[in-house]
Write a protein that binds this ligand. Structure first.
Ligand code: ATP
Ligand code: MG
Length: 411
């Protein structure tokens, strides 16, 4: 079924550690993408970005998809899904081919990208994405669009992102178990970067840090191209665990205290401010100082930023990110996070909300949707580039299709 037959539909499914979000977009090539529906559900089967319980993950995805279908008024049959976790690695590679007829064709570009992706990776990893950085024709460097140019030798420099085979298979399995086709599995940081970074930042050099619940996803751009990608197994969940431990309070209450009262810089909390904290068991609640809370939170955010700094240093790009740091993801909503990061990185820092789509008013102006919106933006560009753009109805299918998949699975 379709809403408007002349438009294309696309669905992004962000399978996060805390939340699964399904976002439905509608677009025409050359026009801004419009979000027409979304659904979210608590994610119950992931730890640090990786599936640890298939059944619970399947249920969370199903609930999020159902809510998105209801809002968009369609039945979803395929999705661009996100993948995250500390198994995500990256490397830079290059490939060279001879230009067949003096003028570069689409076929030459495909061959040179194939040559560039032929790199040795560990047997338990698979390539998730190959992002062209630049092309070189004969001695001419820095070419972005080589098709139609004249020369004899075409070289491609690319950024290759890989992920653990088992983790990618488990994510795909969860999605297909819901009766959905996986259009592509996109690394979460690649998706988020499409939604939150500006062209100027990518050209000048920038490090994007998406602080989620279980992972912190990093990607670095310099001279307009992606150069380094990594994922740290630390995020907002650790902050909540620290609060639960330090304040001897149940984890759900620690999460609530964190979101309502915490800040990442102890000097922002006044010593006289106190908050009510639930106790474990049937003990009565207590009042504790907000500054103590900020102390606990600051320590964990400092550790997180030290790890980001170490990763940036390891990439050799620390000196090249003149546009500084862009924070996104739910963990970036913490009060005082920009001040703390600026103090630690000695660079400009901003918190980014996703951009580049219309629809649903202010609902999507929230860092937690960076990956979901990025999946839509990346997926729509990819399908236009590959000529895979499909008429409305291909990303959504009939209720009968879903019923028959469920029937086949169950018997
Ligand atoms: N206002 C807030 N202040 C501080 N932290 C917040 C706030 N809102 C959300 N968070 C934290 O953000 C995290 C969730 O962010 P997000 O939705 O981006 O994660 P996720 O995508 O589900 O997880 P991941 O990307 O790690 O797999 C949680 O740890 C949550 O406590
Ligand atoms: Mg996330």
């Amino acid at each position: 079924m379709s809403r408007h037959s002349d438009k294309l539909l696309i669905v992004g499914l962000d399978i996060g550690t805390q939340t699964v979000s399904a976002i439905v977009g509608e677009y025409e090539p050359g026009q801004p993408l419009e979000v027409i529906g979304m659904g979210t559900h608590a994610s119950n089967g992931l730890k640090r970005g990786v599936v640890v319980d298939i059944e619970s993950t399947v249920q969370s995805i199903q609930r999020a998809i159902e809510a998105a279908e209801l809002m968009a008024g369609c039945s979803i049959s395929s999705v661009y899904a996100s993948i995250s976790g500390s198994h995500i690695r990256s490397l830079n590679s290059e490939g060279v081919v001879a230009i067949r007829d003096r003028e570069v064709t689409e076929g030459d570009v495909e061959r040179v990208l194939d040559a560039a992706r032929a790199v040795a990776i560990p047997a338990d990893q698979r390539i998730l994405h190959v992002q062209p950085q630049e092309y070189v024709i004969d001695e001419q460097e820095g070419i972005r669009h080589p098709v139609g140019m004249i020369g004899v030798r075409l070289e491609a420099r690319v950024h290759v992102i890989t992920g653990a085979l088992s983790a990618t298979q488990n994510i795909s399995k969860c999605v297909t178990r819901c009766g959905l086709k996986v259009d592509d599995l996109i690394p979460a940081q690649l998706a988020s970067s499409q939604a939150v970074l500006t062209k100027d930042e990518r050209d000048l050099g920038v490090c994007m840090v998406d602080i989620g619940a279980g992972t912190t996803d990093i990607t670095v751009f310099t001279q307009g191209a992606m150069r380094h990608t990594a994922s740290l197994g630390i995020g907002g969940d650790q902050v909540s665990n620290d609060i639960a431990f330090a304040f001897r309070t149940p984890t759900p209450s620690a999460e609530d205290i964190k979101v309502r009262y915490a800040c990442a810089l102890a000097q922002l909390a006044r010593p006289e401010e106190t908050i009510e904290v639930s106790s474990v068991g049937d003990r009565p609640p207590r009042r504790l100082s907000r500054q103590m809370l900020a102390d606990v939170v600051q320590k964990r955010y400092e550790e997180l930023f030290e790890m980001v700094q170490a990763e940036l240093r390891r990439s050799g790009l620390e000196e090249l990110v003149a546009a500084g740091i862009v924070l996104t993801g739910g963990g970036a909503k913490m009060e005082g996070v920009v001040e703390l990061a600026e103090e630690m990185f000695h660079m400009p820092v901003r918190v980014a909300i996703p951009q580049g789509v219309t629809g649903l008013g202010d609902l999507l102006a929230n860092p937690v949707y960076a990956t979901g919106i990025g999946l839509l933006l990346h997926g729509s560009r990819q399908s236009i580039n590959q000529g895979r753009a499909v008429a409305a109805g291909d990303a959504v299918g009939s209720a009968w299709d879903k019923l028959s998949i469920w029937f086949k699975r169950s018997f």
